[in-house]
Design a protein around this ligand. Structure first.
Ligand code: SF4
Length: 508
């Protein structure tokens, strides 16, 4: 990436106040922090699914507060810094307040808001102080959480409070919800991370000094986009940083990224420059060869179906806070299916189901599905996901287990057939149904739909059922969901047809 291509700020930058999220951005990449501060307009807006993840995180954070009886929220918003600091100071002094939510502290040019700060009274021989707790909707402790807590600890202690412990509160996926109120002590796990965070904390001042000096430069640092751009989070400047990269940039080689790192070290910049003899996976080899390829066995593989051929796709939601009996946090719950049925004559019909109320969707969904699939014909799916959903349904509804197992026995997965028997350069190494359809049946690419991918479908479903009150809006989401799921199964019908054409051509 030539840094001279980046727009340069009009005047020499001033170092602004940092927040903990900016600090974490700086740990991922100094250029990311620089752009967030000085040229944020270069970022790509988060997509709807990412936005929904943020919203779910906020909702989980609010629920977590219920575990701290008597806790008081600092109501001043994120832009009302002085008011937030003043409210926090008053609550810290008030010994009757057992916990503070969203407490604000400023130290060393860094402003933080702490999810939960719990007062720890002094006991005999033990000094009092505070327990800092960060709340995350994730299911385990990650490295970035330690960094997050380290910068918060540095600021809070720098502001004059004593932290007696530091911990992370996260979702416990082994919690099995039965009925009634959610048991918050079971839903959330709190892990004490005091020791691990103390080690990281020692590094915070040095890292902050490096970031501050970098931010005073007239231009963003010259950092090449690479694997680090996706860990721990996808960087919003990816499109900007990669805009001048060639279509066959080495980073686009699919599969294990270790080989990409090795090739970059050897000076390889495009897929076409990969030296002969490099050990590649079968998919990576196809991408390097970059030519259409049809296996001699494709035709035989495609004929192994029985008519009528059903084409099945599920959409699911994963709720951080379970609502239905005998479910766990983030368990995938099917809420919708689509089935295109193709007769041996070629005649095509379509059936569908979408659960639209706040109740448990599983029984109604399973019963309607069994009726639609009947007892005859193969059931074409794309990936093993549908099988795992059916298996979970069979466990959840024992009375339907035999019928659901008969359905599972009829599944016929198109994904490994394409992966192992056909390749088109336009796949770009991706065998996702979206990439494959775009290459083989462009008229069915998802561009014309209001919902274009599964994450967006899940977030829109949640909105339709649990959030949205306007019936016009609900109806619009319902229609978008139905059309999206329908497209997935119609795509399978047309992919089978297109592949049959390729197999025939090869035979001729
Ligand atoms: S895309 Fe990568 S190189 Fe560019 S700012 Fe983000 S993390 Fe840094």
């Amino acid at each position: 990436m030539n840094e001279l291509n980046d727009p340069v700020p009009a005047a020499l930058p001033k170092v602004p106040r940092l927040s903990k999220s900016k600090f974490l951005s700086g740990l991922q990449c100094h250029k990311r922090l620089y752009l967030e501060i000085h040229q944020p307009f270069l970022a790509t807006k988060p997509d709807a699914a990412t936005q929904a993840m943020f919203e779910m995180g906020t909702a989980v954070g609010e629920l977590a507060r219920s575990r701290f009886a008597g806790g008081v929220l600092v109501t001043a918003g994120y832009r009302q810094t002085e008011a937030a600091l003043a409210q926090t100071a008053a609550l810290v002094k008030n010994l009757a307040v057992p916990a503070i939510f969203e407490a604000a502290f400023l130290h060393g040019g860094v402003l933080i808001r702490a999810d939960v700060l719990e007062r720890v009274p002094s006991a005999e021989g033990e000094p009092g102080g505070w327990r800092l707790i960060e709340v995350k909707s994730s299911t385990k402790v990650k490295d970035t959480h330690l960094e997050d807590l380290a910068v918060q600890s540095e600021v809070i202690q720098g502001a004059g409070l004593t932290l007696v412990s530091v911990g992370l509160m996260h979702i416990n996926t082994s919690y099995l919800y039965r009925e009634g109120a959610v048991d918050l002590t079971e839903l959330f796990s709190i892990q004490d991370l005091s020791e691990a965070v103390a080690q990281r904390r020692a590094e915070v001042p040095g890292r902050l000094a490096e970031m501050t000096s970098m931010l005073l430069q007239a231009q963003a640092p010259a950092i090449e986009p690479s694997q680090h751009c996706h860990t721990p989070h996808d960087c919003a400047f990816w499109d900007h940083c990669t805009k001048d990269k060639p279509d066959r940039w080495i980073h686009y080689l699919p599969g294990a990224k270790q080989i990409v790192g090795q090739l970059i070290e050897q000076g390889v910049t495009t897929i076409d420059e990969i030296p002969a003899g490099t050990k590649l996976s079968p998919v990576q080899r196809r991408v390097k060869e970059n030519v259409e390829w049809t296996s001699a066995k494709l035709g035989t593989m495609l004929t192994a179906v029985q008519y009528p051929v059903h084409h099945l796709d599920f959409e699911t939601v994963m709720l951080a806070v379970p609502r239905f009996s005998a479910t766990r946090p983030y368990q995938a719950l099917p809420v919708q299916w689509s089935n295109h049925i193709q007769q041996v004559t070629g005649a095509l019909s379509h059936e569908e189901f979408l659960h639209k109320d706040v109740g448990d969707p599983r029984r109604m969904l399973a019963e309607s599905l069994l009726e639609s699939l009947g007892e005859k014909g193969s059931i074409c799916v794309y990936s093993a996901y549908e099988q795992s959903v059916l298996e979970q349904l069979a466990v959840a509804i024992p009375s339907l287990k035999p019928a659901l197992q008969r359905i599972i026995a009829r599944l016929w997965d198109l994904f490994p057939i394409i992966r192992d028997h056909y390749y088109h350069p336009a796949f770009g190494g991706s065998y996702s149904i979206k990439s494959v359809v775009r290459a083989m049946v462009p008229s069915l690419a998802y561009d014309d739909l209001a919902i274009k991918e599964g994450g967006h479908a899940a977030s829109q479903y949640y909105r339709m059922v649990f959030v949205e009150t306007d019936w016009v809006e609900r109806a619009a989401i319902e229609e978008a969901l139905l059309r999206y799921c329908e497209r997935d199964t119609l795509a399978m019908v047309e992919l089978r047809r297109a592949l049959q054409g390729k197999a025939q051509k090869q035979k001729d």
